[in-house]
Design a protein around this ligand. Structure first.
Ligand SMILES: Cc1cc2nc3c(=O)[nH]c(=O)nc-3n(C[C@H](O)[C@H](O)[C@H](O)COP(=O)(O)OP(=O)(O)OC[C@H]3O[C@@H](n4cnc5c(N)ncnc54)[C@H](O)[C@@H]3O)c2cc1C
Length: 435
């Protein structure tokens, strides 16, 4: 049987494994295997909500072991560390006990393939800024988002307990990068602040607020979106009392401050780095596979590696042309479209037919600005242009993106039951996770 190995069970990889498992795995046409270094999947665009405590991860985790059993594929837990292209073998590193890094739970292994799909996503790019990697928190993984949430709670509780004046209790937060991640996190933190006040973990006084500063090197927030979306977003953030500083380059990050190019220093009890991405370093050492300057695998229009036609790549870790001089952007909607394409393409490949070419369709972008509102521009149904959308309608459309992902990976029935259970659970628990 044809062996398809997919490495990375994120927005794109999990959807592809699920679709292929149900289509070819269950019918006995292919053996589909998904490899991930984690045991559970959480949709990455939710991480800013995890960090701000507004989303309980347990309600949104998908355990790969059970999911693979239900959807006709095999799950292998472990991190891809190397590749032997001649033997068509993926090398997987050992898995250690999460509490005791000395105890090996699973040994290093090799996994043979006929077709390999790389779907490893991306990591934060610190651009070599001194102190950034050491002192700023990134938002790439569930662990990092949880770490940020706990750190925020600790700082708030500590300042509340030890502050001599209300001003001492203020918590300074610097967010570097005003792309979608930075903007959404800033807005979500205001929601967290509100809940912390409600439960008296933060003082009622406005002087004891979270002082949030959003720093952006470009000349506007959300530089990849339209001017109108940027202007509306900046306006909304400022009304939420978030200090927005555009055209501001960060030169170094210290444990308690951020230094900027004009020599000024911005106090920061917590610094979050949300500027720029690059693909995991392991891709640059995969037995000669061609990658670009940020480690993304260079692929052809059929998403096949330029170096090896048995290897495909999708999502954030793929460098795929959209137009002559623009790459497909690193977004969940691109990973989803590529997963849909590859499901058909790989089914054709197993049957010896041509795989065809991938075409990215930009359906627009939506950015969440806290609980009641969002903003963005979305493609119309009939026209090729985009229309501007904001407020509650935009928020409903934004929320629909995650529902769509859930339906794609879990099916309509399971997704509906899961959402209903989650909705009921929210009636019994605080809006922010406090432990
Ligand atoms: C806070 C935040 C908000 C976002 N909001 C939006 C949004 O609103 N809309 C949007 O379109 N996009 C958004 N994005 C971007 C979106 O999350 C990514 O573009 C998308 O997740 C990419 O999907 P992917 O499948 O390529 O990678 P990912 O979803 O990142 O998945 C990669 C998977 O690979 C696994 N992995 C990595 N390395 C290895 C290895 N060596 N071995 C085994 N497994 C490995 C990881 O554990 C992970 O499961 C957001 C991102 C963040 C961080």
């Amino acid at each position: 049987m044809h062996r398809i190995v997919i490495v990375g069970g994120g927005a794109g990889g999990l959807e592809l494994a699920t679709r292929l498992g149900n289509r070819s795995g269950k019918a006995g046409r292919a053996h589909v295997t998904l490899v991930d270094r984690c045991a559970v999947h959480v949709w990455k665009p939710l991480l800013h909500e995890v960090a701000a405590g507004s989303l309980d991860t347990h309600a949104h985790e998908i355990a790969y072991a059970a999911h693979s059993h239900w959807n006709g594929f095999t799950f292998v837990h472990g991190e891809m560390t190397a590749l032997d292209r001649e033997r068509r073998c993926v090398k997987i590193g050992p898995v250690f006990d999460s509490e005791d890094s000395e105890t090996e739970v699973l040994p290093p292994r090799g996994l043979e393939y006929d077709t390999l799909v790389l779907a490893l996503g991306s990591r934060t790019h610190f651009f070599g800024v001194p102190g950034a990697q050491e002192h700023a928190i990134a938002l790439d993984t569930l662990d990092q988002a949880e770490r940020l949430r706990k750190r925020l709670l600790q700082v708030c509780v500590r300042k509340r307990a030890h502050g001599m004046t209300e001003t001492d209790e203020a918590v300074d937060i610097a967010i570097i990068g005003a792309g979608a991640t930075g903007v959404e996190l800033a807005a979500e933190l205001r929601r967290m602040e509100h809940a912390l006040r409600q439960f008296r973990l933060l003082s009622e006084s406005p002087r004891a607020a979270m002082r949030i500063t959003l720093l952006e090197r470009g000349d506007r927030v959300l530089p990849a979106l339209t001017q109108r979306v940027s202007d509306t977003t900046q306006d909304t953030l400022e009304k939420m009392n978030i200090s927005v500083r555009v055209s501001t380059s960060v030169t170094s990050v210290r444990p308690d401050s951020v230094e900027i190019a004009d020599g000024a220093s911005i106090p920061a009890d917590i610094t979050i780095w949300a500027a720029g991405i690059r693909a995991p370093g392991v891709l640059a050492s995969l037995d000669g596979i061609a990658v670009n300057h940020i480690n993304q695998v260079r692929v052809t229009s059929s998403l096949q590696s330029e170096t090896d036609a048995n290897i495909f790549a999708l999502g954030d870790c793929a460098s795929c042309a959209w137009t002559a001089d623009v790459l497909v952007p690193p977004r969940a909607q691109a990973a989803h479209q590529q997963a849909m394409f590859l499901c058909k393409a790989l089914s054709a490949r197993i049957q010896g037919r041509a795989v065809g070419a991938f075409k990215y369709k930009d359906h627009g972008s939506l950015v969440s600005l806290g609980s009641p509102t969002a903003v963005g521009s979305v493609a119309g149904i009939t026209s090729t242009g985009k229309f501007f959308v904001e407020g509650f309608i935009a928020k409903l459309m934004y929320a629909a993106l995650y529902r769509k992902h859930l339906v794609a990976v879990s099916g309509l029935r399971r997704a509906l039951f899961g959402l209903a259970a989650h909705g009921l659970g929210r009636l019994l628990t605080p809006r922010v996770k406090l432990h």
